[in-house]
Structure formats: C-alpha cells, structure tokens
Ligand binder design. Sequence first.
Ligand code: HEM
Length: 340
Amino acid sequence: MRVSLRSLAAAVLLAFAVAVSAPVLAQQPSSVNPTASSVKEQQLLEALRAGTPGTGTTLSGRITIPDQRAANLIQPQGQAWRVFHQGTMHWVGGIAILGMLAVLVAFYLFRGRIMIHKGPAGIRILRFTTFERLVHWMTAGCFLVLALTGLNITFGKYLLLPLFGEGGFHAVASLGKYAHNYLAWPFMLGLVFMFLVWVVHNIPNSIDMEWLKQGGGLLKPGVHPPAKKFNAGQKGIFWAVIIGGGLLSVSGFFLIFPATADGVLALQFWNIVHGLVAVLLIAIMIAHIYIGSVGMEGAADAMTSGEVDLNWAKEHHSLWVQEEASKGRINPGALGQPAE
Ligand code: HEM
C-alpha cells in the first residue's frame, strides 16, 4: 500500500512538471541554431585581451591528457601568421621572383650577352675539379627541385590546380612534398661541402672594393676589374647560399620535425623565416643561373667540362690566372700578353 502511495505521488509530480514545462517547450523555435548562443572567436579574443586567465599568450582550457598543448583554444598570433602566410608571403615571393626576372630581361636588352672581349684564345685551363663540380651540381640540382616544389606549396593552388584539376594537382603536390622533404638532406650535405671547398676563396678583401667600385665591369664592354678565383659578386652569391641555405636548413628541420620546435609560436616563426629566405634566395639564384649560362660567354664551361678559355679567365679573373701560372698550372708561354 505504501509503495502504491509513493508511486501515486511520483506520478502527480511528473504530471505537474510536464504541465509547467509544456508552455516553455512550446515557445522554443522549431529549427534550432546550435551556435546562436555559443561563444564567438571575437568574444574569446576580447576576453583574452582583457586578461582572462590563460597561459599568457594563448586562451587555454583545462584538459586531462598529458600533452598540455592540446589545451590551447586560441593562439592569437596565429592570426598574424595566417595573414603573412596567405598574403604577405605571396606578395614578397611574387615581387622578388618576377622583379628579378624583369631586371634580368632589362639587363639583357641593355647590355646583351657579355662576350669574351678579345675572343676565345683556344687554350683551356682547369677552373674546377671534378669534385668541385659534383658538389656544385648536387647542391644546385637539389636546390632547383626544392625551389620548384616549395613554390608549388605557396603558389601551386593558384597556378597548377586550375591547369591539372584536383586529381592531377594532388599527385604533383604529394610527389613534390616527398621530394622537398627528402632532397633537403643532400642539399644540406652539399652546403657543407661547398663551404669547405670554397670558403678560402670567398673571404672579402680590398680587391673586392675596387671590383664593386667599377660595377664589376658588368655595365661597360671591355671593362674588367681584377679578381682572384672569385670576384666580389661571386663572393656575394657564395655567402647568400651559405647563410641563406643555412637558415633554410635550420628552419626546414623544425618544419619537418615540429615536435622539436619550442611550441606553435616558434613554428610560426621558423615558417616565416623559411618562406622569406627561400623566395629571396631563389631570386638571387635566378641571377646566378642567368650569368652562369646565357648571360656570359664561356662561363658555363667552368661548371660543365671544368675548363675555361684562357682569355675568359684573363678578363674575369686576372689575378687568379697569375696565381695559377705562378703555381706552374698554366704554361707561361700560353699567357702571352695580359688581357686588359
Ligand atoms: C642551372 C643552374 C646553374 C648554373 C647554370 C650554374 C652555373 C655556375 C657556374 C658556371 C659557376 C662558375 C662560375 C665561375 O667559373 O666563376 C657557378 C658557381 C657557383 N654556383 Fe652555380 N649554377 C647553377 C645553379 C646553382 C645553384 C642552384 C646554386 C646554389 C644553391 C649554385 C651555387 C654556386 C656557387 C656558390 C658558386 C660559386 C660562386 C659563384 O661562382 O657565383 N649554383 N655556377
């Protein structure tokens, strides 16, 4: 009997609760907007600015798993990084690369190909050993693929995606990503060898000042400021490759192994360094490739056969020719009259 009285009381209470809540439920909108009353990103950011407890630079929640990074709800610096990544980076890259191409076209139209002023002597002298050329082409080959696949990461979705379609672009971009990650290693090795083999010829000295004062003789035909094995311009290229390549290596390492970086902020920093240095170095290397191939008669031989024409060497590296002769590497009879 006591049980049935309790059941009755419960039934009455339930009926009362339903009766009271029915009008409230009836007022609810028929279609529910689940985000209508949730906190917006903007509100969270404002709260963060007002000093809501977080970890200082991020807005954090409470979690029970060991990796505390997962507690971050919002990292406001990520917005600045996104503006760089989706905007500034495109502008800097576009201006640096297209600007360099425009300068080179203008230079070619104004100056034409830099010819061997006295014409080829027909006597070849060794400029780079097989090892030096191997090191050059290993580093250069890797750099070219790294540059193209890196540019694809930045510009591919605008340039290649419309051309190849989603399937084709996916194939190219995934292959490119693997190439980028794996060729970074022989590139770094090449940088180390390049540094060891050539650093001794790339220490700046007073001869470089004179070379720079005369604009490297680039603007006027027949002007050839003296230079040793490498002139001031080439020393600039060397140090750009070593310092720029070094920065790309360090920043790239953190991007391949993100857990080794000191958090998301550090990763964003390295990502910005990687992107900016890459596009600037690519622009510099475009100039190098131009002058080492179509821009100057006789230059490419140095990195293909390893031997250059004596008159080319006398015009562009007169002091190096003298050094080589004094070491007995050039037949003194072949030297004849110095080329300007
Ligand atoms: C198709 C691409 C390239 C061509 C045709 C080319 C050509 C040359 C030539 C002809 C030289 C010797 C210049 C001389 O005898 O005085 C040279 C030197 C050099 N190259 Fe390249 N190169 C290319 C790509 C690269 C790349 C991608 C890098 C670095 C990532 C690089 C780094 C260097 C350095 C550091 C030197 C020594 C300094 C200098 O001569 O400027 N090269 N290259």
